[in-house]
Write a protein that binds this ligand. Structure first.
Ligand code: MTE
Ligand code: MO
Length: 432
């Protein structure tokens, strides 16, 4: 597990057995300097770490210049986790989860952004694609992609999270022993650029009485979602760019709706139509799915704002600790309601908590990176993180989250994840 090696490769001092599992930033920083100094000394002393002979890649010409970048072939095993519940009948229906445990920082590379598609990625020719705005408007409008790109644009960094994220932890009776991304990888974070939807709606002229919109995609299922007009006029964006380049086909090329912080499904991809309506449309995609059955036999519809949530990405399940000593616990936190205010980390299953350091800048409705040093004493430990957002919402425990819904309810599991570290250094997913 190479992430751990960052810290464990050159341990200056091994803690004596019986020391408590403690996280202490000051001690870590003080010792960190010691580790670095001692680490250097160890490097020259060990033959395997001696300066290498001039390697072969310094003795031959480098690869030629090329028009579009590729990652190192050594990174090729890092891939999305593809799930196709209908197999060959509908290979484009399902999810591809982001390998979040392989990432650092906050931005998801476009090539590894999660994908949730109801029936495949349409092969859209941008020259033929149109966006129509109609319904309760004074002047219906049809935009070519070229016309859309002439409007003033805005950029924002924000996450998209599928309502079904983390449901492997809900639908399985036993905790699945898979990497963090295969459980929690239906969240990704990009810098999105496009035209504020309010600008286009105002140009069309909203009629009195209108209070919702319907957004429809140009995929074979014409995936559609209703959104309250208030949100459509607030920070909703008609996005054309993702991390500086045009959208990936999987993310909705050539144009998608971005509804910051709200249910993934409302971020309609391959956007072709916005109808201004009175009341929601109750499209098939928002009634047959993405409703939340509660224990009283009713169901909640339109759970839009994604909950406050966090997960430790390393150390995490499937990784292996490299012996006792100092490690950095690191992970991601996000909230659909605004900024992350605080992330607390526990190494004893929630008995004690310490504040992690949040990586600046912290953006609203965006992924925030947290980090905290931890001295592992080689004994079993239970790692947890708990996020709190600027609205004061606190990420719930699994025990508090579960009873709000019918058993097997698929959506909005934002409960605290527990990773169990065993004495042999192996790390597993546990329900606690
Ligand atoms: N047209 C269309 N839009 C869509 C979908 C779809 O299948 N078709 N999937 C939705 C769902 S359920 C989610 S979670 C997000 C996923 O966005 P991404 O695939 O770019 O990560 O897109 C939403 N928009
Ligand atoms: Mo979704």
């Amino acid at each position: 597990m190479d992430k751990m090696n960052r810290v464990s490769r050159a341990p200056a001092e091994r803690p004596s057995a019986g020391k408590s599992n403690k996280i202490d930033r000051r001690t870590f920083l003080a010792r960190g300097a010691g580790i670095a100094a001692a680490g250097l000394a160890a490097t020259v002393a060990k033959a395997e770490d001696a300066p290498p002979a001039v390697p072969k890649w310094m003795q031959e010409q480098g690869a030629p210049l090329n028009g579009y970048g590729q990652r190192s072939k050594f990174e090729e095993p890092v891939k999305r986790y593809v799930g196709q519940p209908y197999g060959a009948i509908a290979p484009g229906s399902g999810v591809a989860r982001s390998p979040i445990q392989e990432f650092e920082g906050t931005i998801t590379p476009s090539s590894l952004h999660f994908e949730r598609s109801h029936n495949g990625v349409p092969a859209i020719d941008p020259a033929q694609h149109r966006l129509m705005i109609h319904g309760l408007v004074r002047k219906p409008l049809v935009f070519t992609m070229q016309a859309l790109r002439r409007y003033p644009m805005t950029s924002r960094t924000c996450f998209i999270e599928c309502g079904g994220n983390s449901n492997p932890n809900t639908l399985n009776l036993k905790p699945p022993q898979v990497p963090a991304g295969a459980i929690h990888g239906l969240v990704s974070c990009s810098e999105w650029t496009g035209v504020p939807l309010a600008m286009l709606l105002n140009e069309a002229g909203i009629e009195a009485g209108a209070d919702w919109i319907l957004a429809e995609g140009a995929d074979p299922v014409a995936m559609s979602h209703s959104i309250p007009l208030e949100k459509a006029l607030d920070d909703t964006m008609v996005a054309l760019y993702q991390n500086g380049e045009r959208l990936r086909p999987e993310q909705g090329y050539p144009v998608r709706l971005l509804v910051p912080g709200w249910l993934g499904n409302s971020n309609v991809k391959w956007l072709r139509r916005i109808k201004v309506t009175q009341g929601p449309t109750h499209a098939k995609d928002e009634t047959s799915k993405y409703t939340d059955p509660t224990p009283d036999g009713k169901a909640r519809q339109f759970t839009f704002v994604m909950g406050v949530k966090s997960v430790i990405t390393h150390p995490s399940s499937g990784m292996k600790m490299q012996g006792a000593g100092w490690y950095e616990i690191s992970g991601i936190a996000w909230s659909g309601a605004g900024k992350i205010n605080k992330v607390e980390v526990s190494v004893d299953g929630g008995a004690g908590w310490r504040d992690a350091v949040l990586q600046e800048p912290v953006f609203s409705r965006s992924v925030t990176r947290f980090r905290i040093p931890w001295e592992w004493n080689g004994q079993p430990a239970l790692l947890q993180s708990r996020a709190i957002d600027e609205k004061g919402r606190v990420q719930p425990t699994r025990a508090a989250w579960l009873p709000q819904y019918m058993p097997q309810q698929r959506y909005h599991n934002n409960s605290i994840q527990t990773w169990a570290v065993a004495a042999d250094g192996s790390i597993s997913n546990v329900f606690a």
